[in-house]
Every structure is written in C-alpha cells, then in structure tokens.
Design a binder for this molecule. Structure first.
Ligand SMILES: Cc1ncc(COP(=O)(O)O)c(C=O)c1O
Length: 403
C-alpha cells in the first residue's frame, strides 16, 4: 500500500513499498498531513466547488458531487482495506446497492441470496422491476441450486454473507468459480475487511453499509462500493456523479474516524459475541443460537475458511426463545440498557426483532422460506462489558419466559 493519496502525490507512489498490517493501513491509507497546515487529521473540506486557474486547470476537484477530498480520503482507505481497484462512497448502503444495480439494462437478470437485508428485495421487487430488471432469489449457500438458477441474462449474483439476520454463509470462492459471465457482488457489511475480504476470495464487487461497523458509532448513514476492476469502478463513479447520491464531507470524516479503529473494534465485537453466544447456547429457554463462532453452527467450517484474520467471527448473532413470537416481543420490551433498534454494527448492543422490524417488507412467506421465523431475535453485540450484556439479556429472558 501507499500512505499517500493518489490524487495528492502520485509521483511518490512506490509499488515496492512493504505491505503494512491491517491496523496500520486502516489508520494511514489515503491519509496525509494537510499540505497547507500540517494537520494530522484530514480536514472536512466543506466546500461545494473549487477555484480553477484557467478553464479545466484545477487540482483534481471541480464540484463536490463529482469529488471531494475528504470523501476521496475515505474511498482510498476503504479501497486499500478491501484490496480493490477503486471505491465510491454513497449517502447510504441502499444508495450503494442501487448504484451497482444501475449498471444493469432492460432485460438483465440479478440472482440474489434468499436471505438478505430486507431493503434489497424491496428495491428489486418494487423499483428495478419497473425498469425491466428481473430478480430471482436463491439459496446461495447451495452452489448447485445457484448454478441452476443462472440464466443467459444473469449479470449479477448478489450475495450477503453472513446473511442478515440468519447468519447463513455462502461460499464466495465456490460462487466465483460458477458465476460464468455474471459479476459476483458481496455485501460485506456484517464482517468488514477486518475479518473477510471477498475480493481475495473471487468477488468482483464489495458493498458496505458504512452505517454499520465501518463507521461504527451509530452516527452516520453511508455506503460504499469497492470494485476489483478499474472499469467497474469507473462505471460506478459515473453513476455516483450522475445520480448524485453522494456521501457528505462531514459523514465521510466521521467514517474515516471510525475506520481507524476498525480492527480493534471488530476483535472486541467478536470476543463479546462469542461470550454472549455461549451463554445463550446453554440457556434452557433458548431453542437455537446462530453464531458462526460456535462449534454447533452448521457452517462453522466455511466460517473458518472465509475468515482471514485473528479477529473472530464478528458481532452479529441471532437466537430463538422458547415461546415464539410472544416471548420474543416480551423479551424486547424487558431490556434495560440494551437498545431495541433497527441498526447494527455499532458500539452499543442493539436488539432487533427482524420479522416486525428490518425484514417486515419481505412478507411472511418469503421470510419463513428463508428461515426468518417470527420468534427470531437478532443481536448486534456491542462493546460494553460482556458480563453486563449477559446480565441484561438474562433479566429480559427471565421476565419474558417467567423463569
Ligand atoms: C447487510 C446490509 N446491507 C445493506 C444495508 C442498507 O444500508 P443503509 O441502511 O446504510 O442504507 C443494511 C441495513 O441494515 C444491511 O444490514
């Protein structure tokens, strides 16, 4: 990697520069002291436009919808961490997903994991379908079923792994080997490059809702697309400028700040989630626990194979209380400092009831087919003291199940 922003000091780029560790790159990639003041932290370039010396003579920036130095610094950093050829940041994760789908044309087909964040099928079924883009859903953990679902018009295979909220995994390498002419797109929101790097496993495009772990502090909404080819990145950048769903400089700055501690946070999220998962697994009132770091997880082998770090298995888990939906809703009401909220991937532990919250738009039939039962509870395990998280869960389970 280079520590210099390409736009600012291209002549200093040294291809032979030693590969630095993940934490070092997260702190330094794309960041240099401000050339005018020496400020160590990148300024928030809160500007709409940029003075030109003569027509077309400028320092690489013309208008902040097309490019902004604070946003560029984030894009370079995230691109470096995912190992891509270029990154474009957006105003939300859904804007990032929309940008990738906007590369498609009338008659094109997208194959989507049947378990995904509910906003993705909402976009495909209600909006893209009106523009003649067909989407079908398949269990992408089943390679044979995925291969059989590919048609001659399939341009994208869109995979979320681990999937929201069942944590089901898809084998990225195996999918890259059967994708044919389609591009493999992986939503890496749940694990981040601190744990899983889809491009190294054969993905063409990586998506993030940076709203989650990348920014990590429940302070922004944002998204990113990292492409493994310069051409794909140019296409996405064109859409970013043409449609205008850009990230603001302030949100880019907050996201850069969050990214600097990504590895540290992911390691602790994983540690805490492992403790919570093991506690839940032993609980007499819990009928199942889904967490890739548990030996009982049906895809534990794949979780290990796709995990290229010592940072654990992430902070997301799901469980089902005995007593179904009624017990689940009572549980959600009985929490003390753990927050009932739609978001995930931040320092605060957040609890969600997917059937009525994040995945309500999917419809009951599709939810049940995907394993999102009415009693399933998703926990985004935060960075509080793990014994406090366990005690709050324990209290809420007791009052929901009258133990
Ligand atoms: C896995 C995943 N991808 C994409 C999104 C959409 O991101 P945003 O809410 O930033 O638009 C979400 C939101 O929860 C998500 O969980």
């Amino acid at each position: 990697m280079t520590l210099l922003t390409e736009k600012q000091q291209p002549e200093k780029k040294d291809k032979k520069e030693k590969e630095l560790g993940f934490a070092t790159r997260a702190i330094h990639a794309g960041q240099i002291p401000d050339p005018t003041t020496g400020a160590v932290t990148i300024p928030i370039y809160q500007t709409t436009t940029y003075a030109q010396e003569a027509v077309g003579v400028h320092k690489g920036y013309t208008y902040s919808r097309t490019g902004n130095p604070t946003v560029s610094a984030l894009e370079e950093n995230l691109n470096e961490l995912e190992g891509g050829a270029g990154c474009a940041c957006f105003s939300s994760g859904m804007a990032a997903i929309t940008a990738v789908f906007s590369t498609l044309s009338l008659g094109d087909h997208v194959l989507i994991s049947e378990v995904v964040y509910g906003g993705t099928p909402r976009l495909c079924n209600n909006i893209l379908s009106r523009f003649g883009i067909k989407s079908t859903y398949v269990d992408t953990s089943n390679i044979e079923a995925t291969r059989n679902a590919i048609t001659e018009n399939t341009r994208l295979i869109f995979v979320e792994t681990p999937a929201n909220p069942t944590l089901k995994l898809s084998d990225i390498k195996a999918l890259s080997e059967i994708k044919g002419n389609a591009k493999l797109v992986v939503d890496n929101t749940f694990l981040t490059p601190a744990i899983q790097r889809p491009i190294e496993l054969g993905a063409d495009i990586v998506i993030h809702s940076t709203t989650k772990y990348i920014e990590g502090h429940n302070s922004t909404i944002g998204g990113a697309v990292v492409s493994n080819s310069k051409k794909d990145n140019e296409d996405v950048k064109f859409i970013q400028n043409a449609t205008g769903s850009i990230l603001t400089p302030f949100n880019a700055w907050l996201t850069i700040r969050g990214l600097k501690t990504l590895e540290l946070r992911m390691r602790k999220h994983s540690e805490n989630a492992q403790i919570v998962a093991e506690y839940l697994e032993d609980h007499p009132k819990v009928s199942k626990v889904l967490y890739p770091g548990l030996a009982s997880f049906s895809q534990a082998f794949l979780a290990k194979k796709q995990n290229n770090s010592k940072n654990g298995y992430g902070g997301m888990l799901a469980f089902e209380l005995k007593g179904g939906v009624e017990a689940g809703l009572k549980f959600a009401k009985s929490l003390s400092f753990l927050t009932l909220a739609e978001n995930l991937g931040a320092i605060e532990t957040m609890v969600t009831h997917p059937a009525t919250m994040t995945h309500a738009a999917m419809g009951k039939e599709a939810r049940e087919k995907a394993g999102i039962t009415d009693g399933l509870i998703r926990v985004s395990v935060g960075l509080e003291d793990p014994q406090d998280i366990v005690e709050d869960l324990d209290r809420a389970i007791k009052s929901a199940t009258s133990l």
